[in-house]
Design a protein around this ligand. Structure first.
Ligand code: HH2
Length: 256
């Protein structure tokens, strides 16, 4: 899954693709690199990010979805806003990716009566403050329980189990130890039976390991994506598609 951020403030590529034409061109280059799907987002959720209004997010996201709807790969829209979820699905989005796990009032209902997939991500707290004091008794058990309960809530409003995707939410209200434990134990998430999405690309947990700035985390990101897939991830959300594809191709060749 290639990341298309139509934002001025995303942590790794903020401002680069804010213009609709630039975002669409970037999306097409990710497809040419081998992205099997794209995730279009109009609101940064990095630690400390400020929320954007519905109008602004809509203005960023919908024209990009409309321009790419026939691009040949499924489109995911990264949003927490029920109105935009509905509009994105109507515009042809195949998945809604919600870092808030469809907890906003009306979010589940906005997508339930469509055929779109729903990606439920775990986070603790809100982006503005989530990295201040993340705390868990047992991070793996708590995140598993949370995702199980959100999947049950979706199924209770009529969403078929085969439309669900789950994501432990790396970096969203988690310390380094929490993130590493979740990556190490990712197989337990896959064992729940829903496809697991892992978003590790260029994140600060990789900066902490390597000592590298965000623009220099490609190798670490590729390693992390490969480990995630080996541990059961079905989808890896990445900025560096070509490099990730190559690493996965090597792994696949050996496996097969
Ligand atoms: N991470 C980011 C955004 N959306 N969605 C899911 N399901 N999982 C993730 O790990 C995830 C996500 C943060 O990355 P990015 O989009 O590159 O930055 P920003 O939030 O600053 O736009």
């Amino acid at each position: 899954m290639g990341v298309v951020n139509v934002t001025p403030d995303s942590f790794s590529d903020g401002g680069k693709y804010l213009d609709i034409r630039q975002a669409v061109a970037h999306a097409r280059s990710l497809i040419a690199e081998g992205a099997a799907m794209l995730d279009v987002g109009g609101e940064s959720t990095r630690p400390g990010a400020q929320p954007v209004t519905l109008d602004e997010e809509r203005r960023r996201v919908l024209p990009v979805v409309e321009a790419l709807v026939d691009c040949g790969v499924p489109l995911s829209v990264d949003t927490q806003k029920p109105r935009l979820m509905r509009e994105a699905v109507a515009a042809g989005a195949a998945m809604i990716n919600d870092i808030n796990a469809f907890c906003a009032p009306g979010a589940l209902e906005a997508v339930a009566d469509s055929r779109a997939a729903l990606c439920f991500m775990h986070k603790q707290g809100e982006p503005q403050t989530m990295q201040h004091h993340p705390e868990y008794g047992n991070v793996v058990e708590e995140v598993l329980d949370y995702l199980r309960s959100r999947a049950a809530a979706a199924q209770a409003v009529g969403v078929a189990g085969n439309r669900l995707v789950i994501d432990p939410g790396f970096g969203f209200g988690k310390t380094q130890e929490h993130n590493l434990a979740l990556l190490r134990e990712l197989g337990r998430f896959a064992a729940l039976g829903w496809p697991v999405l892992a978003g590790l690309s260029r994140k600060s947990m990789l900066g902490r390991i390597t000592g590298r700035e965000v623009g220099e985390r490609v190798f670490a990101s590729v390693a992390a994506a490969l480990i995630a897939v080996q541990n059961g991830a079905a989808i890896v959300r990445v900025h560096d598609v070509a490099a990730t594809r190559d690493a996965l191709a090597v792994w696949n060749a050996i496996r097969n």
